[in-house]
Design a binder for this molecule. Structure first.
Ligand SMILES: NC(=O)C1=CN([C@@H]2O[C@H](COP(=O)(O)OP(=O)(O)OC[C@H]3O[C@@H](n4cnc5c(N)ncnc54)[C@H](OP(=O)(O)O)[C@@H]3O)[C@@H](O)[C@H]2O)[C@@H](O)CC1
Ligand SMILES: [K+]
Length: 505
């Protein structure tokens, strides 16, 4: 499991260790990573051109000290100060002592930025507030050919939420200290961070409010049938989805559920005969179920379907048309529920559920806040779909999904996810685990389907951008790839594609 802590928690954990050389450890890790990158890119550190962007606090101090360490190994290091009168004194002195050049002229800084082999972004770290200031903003868009390493987090990204107010630096790699920050795991911030490397510095923060599953966590969560299992123990999922107008949604929900481990699927909806023709395993008509999925493509049947499922004393996953109807009814519609509810909106549906001034764009820009607010208002677990899928509980605890590919933004992909998450609910996982495990498995299946027979590039499981060598996928292909994803995640040694970029903390 990756754990991400808020700035307030990091500050408190840091205070407990006051007097210990936290900064030395941070700088040692940062300098070692930069040296490795330079060796990989240029063969050696000696003679490389390094630029340090230094702001007014300890984040600038880390970057300047690391610059000094690289200068001692023969790199030509220059620093541009964005807040000259407040620059970290000891770190500046250390850089100067190695012969490093220091400037306050932003034109010189921008020229160095263009030609440096490696740039250290030490403008601002966890002390940052409300976006980049004007002196730093040009570095967000200035041309460069070298690698940019963000110190602790990319400047301009909000550490607690991943929100970006205005411009932010875009890193090739982020070296973060002590613990992950939520803003490194959630878009748009995650997109600015690139791969994240954690340098342990001895912090002992409390329980993390934001987590990201890893392969081993998924393997521990996924149900495994025992010798005594029958279809009822493995979980029967009831599906009220699809309509004459949208028969495909029913097929895809059922496919997601069957490939996602449901013991059986009971289908209640109009295109029943068609569903059984495609999936002969499906049961039709009323009967015992352990969870419901309601809403995908349910069209004119939605009102009745929502009434029936919300009255049931088993977990219910509400998606698509079901969410639009729920938005019309408001949070009170869930007040009498005795079993958990899981809502799986995309940002447009989230905006409808929130009402008021909420828009899809605003919800996408503030994913963590949106998921938490919805979970709080509706008293339900919420899986907010998108470039970073966020799962939030009413108490505010959240999980962010590290798997996926932009190819998953395809028609019907959400129907497959609903069926899969429904199958895990029916198997007895609580909604938080069911939703986060389903998002992880669905993202991994998307990657495997997009890669076809090719192996995923080493260490790329937790990249959510469509990579080279990947092809477009259909929702059916994603459903069909779920067993491969399941095998991949549960294979001995934590899965053959286990992330290899040092993210398994
Ligand atoms: N915590 C830990 O365990 C460890 C932390 N370590 C390191 O310390 C870093 C935190 O250092 P920090 O507290 O000095 O804050 P930091 O981010 O450098 O900002 C400083 C000042 O910047 C300013 N400023 C604010 N917003 C701004 C903006 N948008 N754009 C520009 N400037 C802005 C504002 O000052 P102002 O100008 O308003 O007076 C603010 O006070 C942390 O990220 C990590 O790198 C490690 O060394 C080891 C262990
Ligand atoms: K930074």
């Amino acid at each position: 499991m990756r754990h991400a802590h808020t700035v307030e928690q990091v500050r408190a954990a840091e205070a407990e260790l006051a007097g210990q050389p936290l900064m030395d450890r941070a700088v040692a890790g940062l300098a070692a990573t930069c040296a490795r990158l330079l060796r990989e890119r240029r063969g050696r550190v000696y003679g490389s051109r390094v630029l340090v962007l230094a702001g007014s606090g300890d984040n600038g101090g880390d970057a300047l000290f690391a610059g000094a360490a690289l200068a001692r190994r023969g790199a030509a290091v220059s620093a541009v100060l964005l807040s000259p009168e407040k620059a970290h004194r000891a770190a500046l002195a250390a850089l100067r002592a190695t012969g490093g050049q220091v400037t306050t002229d932003q034109n010189v800084g921008l020229a160095d930025f263009a030609r440096a082999d490696l740039i250290l972004d030490g403008i601002v770290g966890i002390g940052g507030r409300s976006g980049l200031r004007p002196a730093a903003a040009p570095y967000a868009t200035a041309p460069r050919t070298g690698l940019l390493v963000a110190v602790d987090l990319p400047s301009g990204v909000d550490a607690d939420t991943g929100e970006v107010a205005g411009a932010a630096l875009r890193a090739d790699l982020t070296v973060t200290f002590g613990t992950h920050k939520p803003g490194l795991l959630i878009d748009p911030g995650a997109g600015h961070a690139g791969p994240v490397q954690l340098v342990p510095i001895g912090l002992r923060p409390p329980a993390a409010p934001v987590q990201a599953l890893q392969h081993a966590d998924l393997a521990a969560l996924l149900p495994r049938p025992g010798a005594e299992s029958d279809k009822y123990r493995r979980g029967v999922l009831g599906v009220r989805a699809g309509s004459e107008r949208y028969p495909g949604a029913a097929q895809l929900v059922v496919a997601g559920a069957l490939h996602g481990g449901a013991g059986a699927v009971r289908y209640l909806g109009r295109p029943g005969a068609e569903v059984v023709r495609r999936h002969p395993e499906v049961l039709l008509g009323d009967g015992r179920v352990q969870a419901w999925v309601v809403g995908p493509g349910s069209g004119e049947a939605t009102v009745e379907a929502l009434d029936a499922t919300l009255a049931a004393e088993v977990p219910v996953l509400v998606d698509a048309d079901g969410l639009t109807e729920l938005a019309r009814r408001g949070p009170g519609a869930l007040a009498g529920r005795t079993a958990p509810t899981l809502l799986t909106p995309h940002t447009g549906e989230a905006a409808r559920l929130l009402g008021g001034a909420a828009t899809a764009e605003r919800c996408a820009a503030a994913r963590l806040r949106t998921a938490r607010e919805l979970a709080d208002r509706y008293g339900a677990t919420v899986l907010l779909k998108g470039s970073t899928t966020v799962v939030a509980r009413p108490d505010g605890t959240a999980r962010v999904n590290p798997t996926g590919t932009s190819w998953l933004a395809t028609a019907g992909s959400g129907d497959v996810l609903a069926g899969l998450a429904g199958a895990l609910l029916a198997a007895g996982l609580d909604p938080f685990d069911a939703a986060s495990a389903a998002a992880y498995l669905h993202g991994l299946a998307g990657r495997l389907a997009a890669a076809g027979g090719n192996r995923l590039p080493f260490g790329s499981v937790h990249s959510t951008v469509g990579d080279r060598g990947e092809a477009p996928v259909t929702a059916r292909q994603v459903a069909a790839a779920l067993p491969a994803a399941w095998r991949n995640a549960t294979a001995p040694q934590g899965g053959s594609q286990q992330d290899a970029a040092g993210l398994g903390d």
